[in-house]
Design a protein around this ligand. Sequence first.
Ligand SMILES: [Fe+2]
Length: 272
Amino acid sequence: MTRFPNTTGVGLRLPHLTEMVATRPPAGWLEVHPENIVANPHAAELLIELSGGYPISLHTVGISIGSAIGIDRSHLKRIRALADRIDSVFVSGHLAWSTYENEYLNDLLPLPYNEETLQLVAAHVHEVQDTLGRPYLIENPARYVGFRSSTMTETEFLAEIVQRTGCRLLCDISNVVVSAHNMGYDAHRYIDEFPADAISELHLGGYTPEDDVLIDTHGAPIAERSWDLYAYALRRFGPKPTMIEWDNNLPPLTALLAEATRSDEVAHANAC
Ligand SMILES: [Fe+2]
């Protein structure tokens, strides 16, 4: 198994794939959405080639662990085959739901945090981990609404899922900034309460203000508020593999690599 470095990687999207193979720039590691790869044999070939030179992680957007109708096993098996082929150390996804009956909703929708949801999500995480043959990393979502039926905080919910399933966590620092702003809670307190021992990875991504709401667009440079919270989180969590996410308004690859360099500098100055 590839050793995963405590450095910063970049999200590798299809428009940058050929350039990445041709130029092989220095990058700590790479993360891809497997849904963009499994149905694209040429992209899969290029990714397999890159896996000889870079550690690669898979970040799923199509495993709906919060869906009441269950998990798509055939999709999971395709992701398992790719993960095995590129020796992916991490496979991660979101604490959200995105399917209804046979429809894929192309969005990460929120869940109420209570015992009923815990049982559903825990059962699905067990199923995912059994099929993948490796721990699954669950990411805290960007939130815009809450539920009256929630009986626990998000960090309490995540801690309980870790306890019940043995899964790992991905803490998206920018999602904490977005959710704390939109939901009216304190981002630093959220970091204080996050189950630090279960963290395997951090994310940093750009958001877009729209009226009084922050939207998790992954379509802008990382905001200063996220950099500040990242420094705070590193002082609490210690060094962690970090990933720069940029999906929309995709800039040149060099811009992503520059954000990764800044992230490594922040980590060097703050993580003990
Ligand atoms: Fe993320």
